[in-house]
Design a protein around this ligand. Sequence first.
Ligand SMILES: C[S@@+](CC[C@H](N)C(=O)[O-])C[C@H]1O[C@@H](n2cnc3c(N)ncnc32)[C@H](O)[C@@H]1O
Length: 216
Amino acid sequence: MKRGPSRYISRTAYLDPGKAGSYERDRFSGALGRYRWRREMDGVGAVVDMLPAGVSVLDCPCGVGRWWPVLERRAERIHAVDLSPAMLGEAERRIGSVAVPVEVSKGDAERLELADASVDAVFSHALTKHLPIPLQQRVLNEFARVSRAWVVCSFSLLNHLTYELWRRRDLVDSNALLPEQLDDIAAAAGLTEVARRRCTTPIGVEHSVLFRKAAA
Ligand SMILES: C[S@@+](CC[C@H](N)C(=O)[O-])C[C@H]1O[C@@H](n2cnc3c(N)ncnc32)[C@H](O)[C@@H]1O
């Protein structure tokens, strides 16, 4: 059955060249922004450093390519994919400053135009938090399909205590997962969790998670 395009805000929010141009400035300026940046770099970097050296990596969505200085610590080449031509345009300007070859192309995480098992590792940061749970499953399935062995993907994860506290204050983010929901999504994608790190402020819920393909 042919599916039409899904609708969620981050599919269209980054199409505007102005927003793409100020993406990092808007999020990571000022003392709090720099603190968040450092926490993200440390948390995600610790997970990326668990990958073996010399892997081919799909970075999806790559946004403006801000993770390449971290990915190049393990990658021997990077294929960077994003839905937004404006974000890809910003990313292309950075290719020259990366130590490994980078290929950039437009694509959709929900239906990647890549063959099964065509890269060693898929890296995805700050996509699933924008997606309803069935779409988180769909993109994780795609990442597992195109990866030979590894997937590093961020998720908003609540424990039962934070869930209850958030729920009482009407703060529960419908895209955030409880631990058992992440287990179910991973198992359905054929992935086993290897490690996770919090990659935001101490009160935030975003985590970077390393998975290995069950069959790898
Ligand atoms: C919050 S940004 C994160 C970008 C980058 N991973 C980072 O951490 O800076 C979200 C990105 O997802 C892209 N995006 C949204 N839906 C997508 C999809 N289905 N496939 C590929 N990219 C998508 C947007 O264009 C945007 O660049």
